[in-house]
Design a protein. Structure first.
Length: 260
């Protein structure tokens, strides 16, 4: 491989990393939004206009992921390796093309699984790059947005039991942690969609946070091993220097033995 080829590969890798840094956060938000858009029609009877809006939103998100995947595949210095490393996003992009096989419910669940896997992958990357403070801030923002949306969706429902913002915030936190006490629950289609998104985001965030903590523990152990290795290396260098000084020192002349 020539130096020019290596240089082009390095520049392509840098461009790919730059694109990934710019798109990780918006893609994470879209992947989270995709989940309720896919699941709500399976479990909730939606009005035709609402279902059309959900379908339009689903196709819009798919188009964004398709353009993003194509751009990164073009920029990547090794496209096949990029496909192997990002096969989950490939599923998100290519699964909709299986619609003619008339396996719509299974296909929709497969897309949900791919979206959840992509959420976990993107969140781990964000946590690795920006630290645990980012994931904690994301959890707080998501909780506030979820509670606000649930409050406005549920407060006017006839059979609803989320009447105050405090009720909505309590329900949101118990849902995100997958505890689910059952004392508060949504009854509207929008509220249930928010519940699905919160549950899946909570699972993804917990997985990313657990992986980060494990990485920190392993990294600390590796740092200790590296420190011990460097200490031994410095000791060996000192011993080698002493041996070199001893070998370079002039030998003392041997005094002749006195005759009898």
């Amino acid at each position: 491989m020539t130096s020019n080829t290596r240089g082009r590969g390095v520049r392509s890798e840098e461009r790919l990393q730059q694109v990934e840094r710019l798109t990780e956060l918006p893609l994470t938000m879209l992947a989270l939004l995709m989940v309720p858009l896919l699941l709500a029609p399976l479990f909730v009877d939606l009005a035709p206009s609402v279902e059309q809006a959900f379908t339009a939103g689903d196709w819009f998100i798919w188009a964004v992921f398709a353009v993003d995947y194509g751009l990164k595949l073009t920029v990547a210095p090794r496209p096949l390796q990029y496909v192997r490393n990002n096969w989950i996003q490939a599923l998100v992009v290519f699964l909709p093309f299986l619609r003619p096989l008339r396996l719509l419910p299974l296909l929709r669940l497969g897309r949900v699984a791919a979206a959840v896997g992509l959420n976990v992958q993107l969140l781990r990357a964000l946590v690795y790059q920006r630290g645990t403070s980012f994931i904690l801030a994301a959890v707080m923002v998501t909780a506030l947005l979820g509670a606000t949306t649930a409050f406005f969706a549920e407060r006017g429902a006839d059979a609803g039991n989320i009447r105050t913002f405090g009720d909505a915030l309590w329900w949101t936190l118990s849902t995100m942690t997958t505890v689910g006490y059952g004392d508060r629950y949504p009854v509207t289609a929008l509220g249930r969609g928010v519940a699905l998104a919160l549950m899946l985001f909570g699972i993804a965030a917990l997985s990313a946070l657990t992986a980060t903590i494990a990485a920190f523990i392993v990294r600390d152990h590796e740092d200790v091993q590296l420190a011990d290795l460097m200490s031994e290396l410095r000791s060996l260098r000192a011993e080698v220097a002493e041996l070199r000084d001893a070998s370079d020192a002039p030998a003392r002349p041997v005094e002749p033995a006195s005759g009898a």
